[in-house]
Design a protein around this ligand. Structure first.
Ligand code: FAD
Ligand code: SIN
Length: 515
């Protein structure tokens, strides 16, 4: 079995950035299930948050992040996030990420629930693409070993210590083992669990499922963020229309042309993402429509095309000139706040197992992520993983203490009611209908029970689609059960049968496999 110091699973910003730091400390192998650039990172539009502007401060960034998190952020993690942000931005600049400038200074934009302009961007709305291209070029120059089309299927753990990764060679169908001291899961999000999502095909929650099966703690799974404004055109993918478009002055209107956001929040169009998404849903339901509209027609034409070239071009290619016409939009599944529970050093509860990026739950997002804090979270906490694993540290020395929280295991469920035949679309529809933006105890019970039946009936996976489906069933089950347990509404988690937040629920739901 080939042996490495670090095995990194995934090649988005989390995988590539950690690999570039890890190679300074040992041998590195990246396993990635598609080609190197298949990831959420490539699609990031708005940018990356950091309090570097005149009049801004880490304290203001801290307060905005805590406010968005609705009582469930880990204050220590948020403090680390905002204070280490400027240094990590410098790292990205040194790697060559070409952030946009204005009059010789880094250009900053505003996004919802930030108290001022704080978002760095690249290529206008092509921030993620620039980051991905820059880091993958660096990884290639550094000759980091990378196996594309290798899907991690199991984290190998012996006596509570990580030993390696088992992976499917998607080209041949054979399973191979790779040994290592440290595994860093950088497998990204899980938006593909839902029928309508801004996420690409790779976002199937694999890291959460792999970690859960290995015995890692999984937390905050009830908090999944729906982005308010994905393009809603018949036959067109729900392409993201960045929040930065509203940050630059665009306004939401309902089907009657009414600017409705101030009816719901004093922050209007720049209220936090969960509020805007639910307000849109309410307007759509009131009007019996599947969309509202984003109006950017009053903004200078050249500003739209220069500041948002990707959005402008994508819409134009689909017959919509957004400088002249309203943009039809609706909410879509976007970002997983929960995931593999880590401490401030990116460590899971399994010695030698780390998680970085969207698959991790470091505690910075709480119940609702502040826009553009996720790319920042990746670089801040990835750096800390490498600090933790430096200087001859042995994995067996790293087991972290079980964390505070209410522990749960997945309950046994007898199937009740009819169970639809398992398919990707059936799963995505179930998650969208019952575990989506507005949930109820009854719907969640139904979803959990169907997912539990599918867990029992699914064939043993043998190829990439079947492994992914298996992972989606488990990840979806963790979401549905967590949402069922949390009998209140908070941040992105809204229950029609418990519509208010409850002081009894200022705590986290943590899952850990028994046995
Ligand atoms: P990803 O970039 O998704 O990479 C995951 C990698 O893991 C992929 O290479 C994938 O193939 C691989 N992988 C997955 N499972 C396996 C497996 N079993 N075996 C092997 N490999 C595997 N955040 C911001 O902060 N600012 C923004 O402006 C912003 N805009 C966004 C716009 C869109 C449209 C989307 C979808 C997200 C946006 N986000 C934004 C969120 C942000 O882009 C992501 O949270 C972040 O890029 C995640 O990075 P990651 O490296 O954790 O995951
Ligand atoms: C956006 O550009 O609206 C997405 C930003 C994010 O998800 O952080």
């Amino acid at each position: 079995m080939n042996q490495y110091d670090y095995i990194i699973v995934g090649s988005g910003i989390a995988g590539l950035y950690t690999s570039l730091l890890a190679r300074e400390q040992g041998s590195v192998l990246i396993l990635t299930k598609g080609s190197i650039d298949e990831c959420n990172t490539k699609y990031a539009q708005g940018g990356i948050a950091a309090a570097i502007g005149v009049g801004d401060s880490a304290e203001l960034h801290y307060r905005d992040t805590i406010a968005a998190g609705a009582g469930l952020c880990d204050p220590e993690a948020v403090r680390i996030l905002v204070e280490e942000a400027p240094d990590r931005i410098t790292d990205l600049v040194n790697f060559g990420v070409p952030f946009d400038t204005l009059n010789g200074e880094v250009a900053l934009t505003r996004e919802a629930a930030h108290s001022g302009p704080r978002i760095l961007h690249a290529g206008g709305d092509a921030t993620g693409e620039h980051i991905e291209v820059t880091l993958s070029r660096m990884a290639s120059l550094a000759k980091i070993a990378i196996l594309e089309h290798f899907l991690a299927t199991e984290i190998i753990v012996e006596d509570g210590v990580v030993k390696g990764v088992r992976a499917l060679d998607c080209a041949t169908g054979s399973l191979e083992e790779f040994g290592c001291k440290f595994v860093i899961l950088a497998t990204g999000g899980s938006g593909r669990l839902f029928k309508s999502t801004t996420n690409p095909d790779i976002a199937t929650g694999d890291g959460i499922a792999l970690a859960y099966r290995a015995g890692a703690e999984i937390t905050d799974m009830e908090f999944f963020q729906f982005h308010p404004t994905a393009l809603r055109l018949p036959g067109v993918i729900p392409f993201l229309i960045s929040e930065a478009v509203r940050g630059e002055g665009a306004i939401l209107r309902n089907v009657d042309g009414h600017k409705f956001m101030f009816d719901y929040s004093p922050e209007g169009d720049l209220a936090s993402r969960d509020i805007v998404a639910r307000s849109i849903l309410a307007e759509m339901r009131k009007a019996g429509s599947d969309r509202v509209f984003l109006d950017a027609t009053h903004l200078p034409r050249h500003k739209i095309s220069a500041r948002f070239p990707q959005i402008y071009r994508f819409c134009l290619d689909h017959g919509l000139n957004i400088t002249k016409a309203l943009i039809p939009v609706a909410p879509a599944a976007h970002y997983m706040m929960g995931g593999v529970k880590t401490n401030a050093w990116g460590e899971s509860n399994i010695a030698g197992l780390f998680a970085a990026g969207e698959t991790a739950c470091t505690g910075v997002h709480g119940a609702n992520r502040l826009a553009s804090n996720s790319l920042l979270e990746v670089v801040v906490f990835a750096k800390r993983i490498l600090q933790r694993t430096g200087e001859g540290v042995k994995p067996s020395e790293l087991a972290r203490q079980p964390s505070a929280g209410d522990y749960f295991s997945l309950p046994e469920r007898e199937s009740s009611g009819s169970v639809p035949p398992l398919s990707l679309l059936a799963l995505q529809s179930l998650m969208w209908d019952e575990v989506g933006m507005v949930r109820s105890g009854e719907g969640l019970e139904k979803a959990a029970s169907i997912l539990a039946s599918w867990q029992k009936s699914a064939d043993k996976p043998s190829d990439r689609p079947s492994y992914e489906l298996d992972n989606m069933i488990l990840t979806g089950r963790l979401m549905a059960e967590a949402a069922l347990i949390r009998e209140e509404s908070r941040g992105a988690h809204f229950r029609s049968d418990f519509p208010e937040p409850s002081p009894d629920w200022l705590k986290h739901v943590v899952f850990r496999k028994t046995g």
